[in-house]
Design a protein around this ligand. Sequence first.
Ligand code: AGP
Length: 606
Amino acid sequence: MCGISAVIGNENVVDTLYESIRNLEYRGYDSCGLSMIRDDRIEVRKNTGGVEEVNLKEHLTAMRGCIGIAHTRWATHGKVTAANAHPHLSFDNRFSIVHNGIINNFRCLREELQDGGVTFASETDTEVLVHLIAIAYAKLGDVEEAFLSAIRRLEGSYAAAMITSVDSSRIYAVKMGSPLVLGLNQGMNFIASDFNAFLPYTKTAMVMEDGEYAVVTVDQAKLCKAVDRSEVIRDPIHIEWDPERSRKGGYSHYMLKEIFDQPHTIKSALTIPNDDILQLAKSIQGAGTTYLMGVGTTYYVALAGQYFFSRLAGRYLPAVSSDEFNDLAVIGADDLLISISQSGETYDTNTGVRHARAQHAKTAGIVNVMGSSLSMMVDQVILQGSGPEICVVSTKAALAQMVILLLVALELGRLNGKIDTQTYETYHESITDFPPLVQKILNEISGFVRNLADRTAHYKNWMFLGRGVYYPIALEAALKMKEVTYLHAEGMPAGFLKHGTLAMVDDEMISLFFLPPPARKTLHEQTLAAVEEVKARNGPVIGFCFEDDLLAKKALDHWIELPVVAEPVPPFLELIVAQLFSYFSALKLGRSIDKPRNLAKSVTVG
Ligand code: AGP
C-alpha cells in the first residue's frame, strides 16, 4: 500500500529521499512523487508509474533541497492519475503533504472548503487536509497549531507528513491508525511508513503511536500527543535487520531470494526463546477458546496451525479469517486471540485484535515486523525474526509462522500429556535438522521444478488438492500460484472434490496433488483415491510425493519427487517446493513476480 518517506538533512537530500521511496516500492503502488523546498519555495514533481519511470519523465533526482517528502500511492480515492498522485499542495502553495490511510469525512470537508472558494486539483481525500492546514495557518499564524487544528477535524485512519515554505527547518508528521516510524541519524532524520525506507542509512528508530505527532528537524525529533501537545519521551529502538537482506543479492527476483532464504528464517524461528513459546502454550492451556487469526496467506498459516494443535495437543483452535472475525468469533474475557501477520499493519487483522481487546479477551501475536502496530497492541508478541520480506507475495515469513505454531503446539501437547517426551524430542530434532536439508533440496531440485513448470504453464485452470494438514498447504500454494501467475488456481480438500467441483474436471483442468508420505497410510490412500477420481475424468494429474511412494508415481502423470523426511517436516517441504513451482510458472509466463498486478504488500485499508 501507499508509502510515506520524509527526509531532512544538512545538505541536499534528494538522492536519499529518492532511494527511500525506492525502498518502499515493494509495498505496491501505482504513482509516486516528491516535494522539496528550494529557495523558500515548494516544488512538487509527480506522475503515474514506477519510481524509475517517473524519474525519467519528471527528473525527480534533479530536484534540490535539504528537506523533502515523498510518496508511493496505491489508489483508493480517485483514479490512477498524475493529479491524484501525492504530494499535494495547498491552494497558497505554502504547504505540501503526503498521506496514507482514508479520511472518512473528506466529502463534507471538501464541500465546506469548496463553498469557501478553494479549488481542488485532485479527487483524493488527502487534498482536504493540506487546504485545511493552509486556512488554519492564515488564521493562527503558527504552523504547529495549524497542523494540529486541521488534524483534529479528520475522522478515519491516517499517517501524514508535511513540509511548509513558511519554515523549511521542520517536517511535521502525525499518526492515527496507519503506520509511521522515525529514523534517527546524525545530521539527517527520517519519517517513513516502515523501516525499510531508511535502513541503509540508520538502524536507530522510534515507533510512533496512534494520536501522536512529530516535529522533526535535522538534529532532533520531538514526539507529542495531538490531543494536548504534551511531549512523549520514548527510547529509540535498534533495528536488527541487516539492510543487505533487503537486497536481491544476485537472485533475479525477491521471491526467489526469499524462497532460498528459508533455511535462515526457519533457524531464526527455532532460536526464539523457549520461554516465549512455553508462555504462549500456557496461555492457550489456560484460555477458554483460543482463536487463530490471519488473512490471505496468514489465514492459511492459521489453518495449518489448527491441524498442528488438533493432532499434537488435542485442542481444537478455530482458525478465522481476519476480515470475518468480528462477524463470526464469539470472544470474551476468558478467551485468547492469536493473530498472525508479516507486516503487523494489516487493517483486517488489527481490526480483529481491537475487537477482541474491546471484549477484554487476551491477545497474542506472531509478527515479523518489530515495532509494527500489531506487535505493540497485543499482550504477548512473538517476533519471528524472518528479516525484511520484500516480494509482495509472502513465502519465508509464512513458513516461519507455521514453524512457530508447530513449536507452540508441541509445547502444549507436552503440557497436556498428549504427546510423550520421545515424540516431542524426535519432532524437535527433525525440525532442527530441516534448514540444511532445505538448502540442499532447493539447490538440487530447482532445475527439475523449472522444467515441469515450463511444461505446464499453459494450463489456465488449476486445482490444488490435499487432505489433513496438506489441505491448508494446498490452499496456500494455490494462493501463491494465483498471485504470481494470475491463473485460476483453486485450493481444496481432496476429499471435497467429489462433492461438486469434480464436474469442472476435463483435460484442460490440471490438478496438483500434495501427497503425504505413504507412512501416513489413511491420509495417503484417501489422497490417492482423489487422484484416481480426476484421472477417470481425463484430468491431467501432477503432484508432490516422496521417493518411497511407488503408488503415487504410478498414478500421477508427472511428479516432483522429494527425499524421505521425518515428521513433522513433509508438509513444510512440499510448501517450499510449491512456492518454487509457482515462481517458475510465473517466470515462464513473464509476470511481474515481485509486484503482481493489483496487489499491495501490506493491506492497510479495510
Ligand atoms: C501473501 O502472499 C499475500 N500478499 C497476502 O495474502 C498477505 O499474506 C495478507 O495480506 C496478510 O498480510 P500480513 O501478513 O502482512 O498481515
